[in-house]
Design a protein around this ligand. Structure first.
Ligand code: ATP
Ligand code: MG
Length: 601
């Protein structure tokens, strides 16, 4: 491609709309253009990168025997009602774009395709003999994200590879799942990324396991906890660890104390000269179940620990049946406005005890009249502890379970693991923390969707059984941008060779110099001929401008047909290192071929 004929516009200044380096660079270098919130055009250079990433993904998927297909993006609401997800996706999470067609039928734009694929399997797969089967597609997904940001990292329309496998049993599912873990590692390695596979929360989807593939970068929205020995890595949402030991309490007898202005644990411990490990803090949450029932949840946890909302959400989902509900829609810390809707009187916030009275709640049809009281494991064994008194400005010290306070009936594990905690597999190892960008997620779904949608096959004994399913996603557009987030310098992007839009850019320093043009044209034809993807900067611009642009767009090798032509040579500069080589014109092709092959392997 000749730059003189390309839609090629670069910006010298960082665009105001971008916060992180990769987003700024992709905009500045003319790869993407914002069309609306979370909506981007992939310009020609970007599209080449995306096609390369897709091709790597495709090759790794095909190698496992998965088959590519293309499913509709426009999806009937009825399918989503069958799985029970229409209301959660369109209302609760509100992530699905939904609309009515001219016949007043509801349809949505696909945020994911479990429903569509399951209905196909239901229709087409009759017998165990047809299993296992694995279908995948590479296609745009639509999600009305609450906070679209960072360019392609969190878009409202983005490219995903999603795959779904169907099995007769868990063992067969696990085999495919393992193959996918390997395929995903291969994809990321081949794309030139530094990544980590981590244990992940399977959340409401359930199933027996899931892993995320995290590209390590400071701008990552996820926190990964891992140990140096390489034995453990997990998303903080899922991570487990051993909490520090509690210090023994200095308070020997039960007593109420005036503790003014101590609504936080820090202030309280300073005031009472005690350790947060001697405090039971009581944290209030508000859960809304799918039948509209609001439940106020009080979690008692050791003062030095924090509640992990993802873990709490999972516990509350398990308890949905107690409230005649199927699943949970929202989990929030109720602010003053939310409290106003159900509080019968003002709550002693910051001073609540585990037994805070139920009459703070004005119960109704929609609001459960009793607190759901949960206790985290870290608080169960505390003795002579400090906690609230249900009166602002006062705490109690020297309290004990089943003496001053009944032990909450439901014991849960909802504490967040954090950096510095001892690892469960080996207490000598402490958890380290890193930021990660989630580029892939693989799930063992089990029978959740097949059961809900009545998707069954006939097994060897002639019985109707629900499919055992897995699903596997890669954010193709997010992956491409995360490569930039991991690899850039002050001059611009440094693409890994495997996914760079072009391998080589030839810069003609002076377009009026016939010799320079002649050699450049010759090399341009020759390199492209031999499969080296080459750009020719034949614009009538100063050499400095051309070099700046070449660095900005991040093409791995730059050829300059300049001074050394008189010696029968050209200059070849490596983008990543700025290392310059003088190479004989007739050896350029073979040398570059070697370098590129070596870099892509
Ligand atoms: P996240 O937690 O980042 O919102 P998710 O867990 O909802 O992602 P999945 O449903 O597992 O995402 O989708 C599979 C992959 O699609 C993700 O691993 C991610 O790489 C990509 N992805 C998800 N949402 C977006 C988005 N809004 N923009 C770009 N890529 C996305
Ligand atoms: Mg995910």
């Amino acid at each position: 491609m000749r730059l003189s004929q390309m839609l090629f516009v670069t910006l010298r200044e960082d665009p105001a709309e971008a916060e992180i380096p990769s987003h700024k660079l992709l905009l500045r270098a003319g790869y993407i253009r914002r069309i609306g919130s979370g909506i981007y055009a992939y310009l020609p250079l970007m599209w080449r990168v995306l096609k390369k990433v897709s091709q790597i993904v495709r090759e790794e998927m095909d190698a496992t025997g998965a088959q590519e297909c293309l499913l509709p993006q426009l999806q009937p609401a009825d399918l989503w009602r069958e799985s029970g997800r229409w209301d959660t996706y369109t209302q609760a999470e509100g992530i699905m774009f939904a609309m009515k067609d001219r016949q007043q039928r509801e349809v949505g734009l696909g945020p994911t395709h479990e429903e569509v694929i399951t209905t196909i399997a239901k229709d087409m797969i009759r017998s165990y003999r047809q299993l296992p089967v694995h279908l995948y597609q590479i296609q745009n997904k639509f999600r009305d994200e609450i906070r679209p940001r960072f360019g392609l990292m969190r878009g409202r329309e983005f490219i995903m590879k999603d795959g779904y496998s169907f099995h007769t049993n868990e063992e067969s599912l696990k085999k495919t799942y393992q193959e996918m873990a390997q395929a995903y590692s291969n994809m990321l390695r081949r794309s030139g990324l530094e990544f980590r596979a981590v244990d992940a929360d399977s959340g409401a989807i359930g199933g027996s396991g899931s892993q995320e593939f995290m590209v390590l970068a400071d701008a990552g929205e996820d926190e990964v906890l891992y140990t140096e020995d390489g034995q453990y890595a997990a998303n903080v949402e899922k991570a487990v660890s051993m909490p520090a030991d509690a210090e023994s309490s200095p308070f020997a007898s039960f007593e109420k104390r005036e503790t003014p202005g101590t609504e936080t644990i820090n202030k309280l411990c300073k005031f009472l000269k005690c350790s947060p490990t001697q405090v039971v803090k009581n944290v209030l949450y508000q859960a809304v179940y799918d039948n509209g029932m609001t439940v106020l949840v009080l979690v008692s946890i050791r003062g030095d620990q924090d509640v992990n909302q993802v873990k709490l959400l999972n516990e509350l989902t398990k308890l949905a049946g107690n409230y005649q509900a199927k699943t949970i829609l929202f989990l929030t810390v109720p602010d003053a406005e939310a409290q106003g809707k159900w509080a019968a009187k003002s709550l002693p916030l910051g001073y609540m005890a585990p037994d805070v009275a139920d009459d703070y709640i004005a119960g109704s049809k929609q609001v459960n009249s009793k607190f759901l009281r949960l206790i985290d494991r870290t608080a169960v064994d505390l003795t002579n502890f400090v906690t609230g008194s249900n009166e602002s400005g006062y705490h109690v010290v020297g309290a004990n379970w089943d003496k001053e306070f009944p032990l909450p009936a439901t014991v849960v594990g909802v504490r967040s693991a954090k950096k510095g905690d001892r690892a469960v597999h080996n207490p000598e190892q402490t958890l380290q923390s890193a930021r990660g960008i989630e580029v892939g997620h693989i799930f063992q779904l089990g029978t959740k969707y097949s059961q809900a949608m009545g998707a069954t096959y006939t097994n060897e004994q002639g019985e109707e059984m629900p499919f055992v399913m897995g699903c596997y996603g890669v954010g193709v557009s997010r992956l491409a941008q995360s490569a930039v987030e991991q690899s850039y310098d002050k001059d611009g992007i440094i693409w890994p060779v495997a996914i760079a839009p072009y391998h080589v850019i030839i810069c003609i320093p002076k377009i009026s110099d016939a010799k320079q043009v002649e050699v450049a044209e010759k090399l341009y034809a020759e390199l492209n001929q031999s499969g080296i993807e080459t750009l020719l900067d034949d614009r009538d611009e100063r050499a400095g401008v051309k070099f700046k642009d070449a660095d900005l767009i991040g093409i791995p090798y730059r050829i300059v047909t300049g001074r050394s032509l008189s010696l029968g040579k050209v200059e070849v500069v490596e983008r990543a290192t700025h290392k310059s080589h003088e190479i004989l014109i007739e050896e350029v092709n073979s040398t570059l071929k070697q370098w590129i092959d070596a870099a892509i392997k």
